[in-house]
Design a binder for this molecule. Structure first.
Ligand code: HEC
Length: 228
């Protein structure tokens, strides 16, 4: 074995050990929270609000909050609360928290202080590291998750649309309204009025251009592969 091969084998071993070590920390739930960049969102002041301020500030704020919230959620919450906010049983399913003051207040309380039982941290506190804007961005992402069972009912049709969009044979004039129609039928579990489903996203992306057809196909592909 040449010395460079030996070296890279050693590097691989070290990387493996580091990963194993990180896995150990993971299991205990005290991984350092990952900071989020929330500059693109309107400020909310220092006082903690009791209601999600990004819910009713227009579509642009709403969309930005979901985008930032999705990444923040995936980095900080998904390992316990589940990918796409679908709980695997380790921690409560957050999709059911009511998208109104009652649910928001409870959300903010848990987010800020976490949860400790008999001296064991079951959920870390996020107030210091992530702050209030991040909290409401994550909240917006969570409350707009679609009801997965409803989405599953349209999976076959969405697959077909995806294929037609991907190979360019789709007629956007019929596909777009049908996607909007499906999007309107898929509800949230939180009671929030609009579910940010893949049908909803793909419909918004379609503007008739070839590029937008590729984008919409990609959105459907990613969403459908998460579900199945
Ligand atoms: C290490 C695991 C872990 C991580 C990471 C975690 N949580 Fe939790 N979370 C829990 C557990 C366990 C509970 C249940 C605590 C209890 O019994 O009240 C919980 C409860 C909650 C609740 C209350 C839910 C309810 O129905 O009562 C909210 C809201 C919440 N978490 C939000 C978050 C958010 C937002 C994040 C990411 C910023 C996050 N959690 C990260 C483990 C975690």
């Amino acid at each position: 074995m040449s010395s460079s091969r030996k070296l890279s084998a050693r590097a691989a071993l070290i990387a493996l050990c580091t990963l194993a070590g990180a896995g150990g920390v993971y299991a205990h739930g005290d991984v350092a929270p990952q900071p989020m960049n929330t500059d693109a969102l309107p400020d909310v002041g220092d006082e903690w609000l009791i209601e999600n301020p990004y819910r009713d500030q227009g579509e642009e704020v709403w969309t930005t909050a979901i985008e930032i919230g999705a990444s923040g959620y995936n980095q900080n919450c998904a390992r316990c609360h589940g990918l796409e906010v679908i709980s695997g049983g380790l921690a409560p399913d957050l999709r059911y928290l009511e998208a109104e003051e009652y649910g928001d207040e409870w959300f903010a309380e848990r987010f800020r202080t976490g949860y400790t039982q008999n001296g064991t941290t079951k959920m870390p506190a996020f107030e210091e590291v992530l702050g209030q804007k991040a909290s409401w961005a994550i909240r917006t992402y969570i409350e707009t998750r679609p009801d997965q069972d409803m989405l599953d009912e349209y999976a076959d049709e969405l697959h077909k649309m995806r294929d037609a969009l991907a190979d360019g044979s789709a007629d956007v004039a019929t596909v777009k309204p049908r996607l909007e129609d499906i999007a309107g039928k898929i509800e949230t579990l939180s009671g929030a009025p609009v579910a940010d489903s893949i049908a909803f996203r793909a419909a918004k992306q379609l503007d008739g251009s070839e590029d937008s057809m590729k984008q919409a196909a990609e959105t459907l592909t990613i969403g459908l592969s998460v579900a199945h």
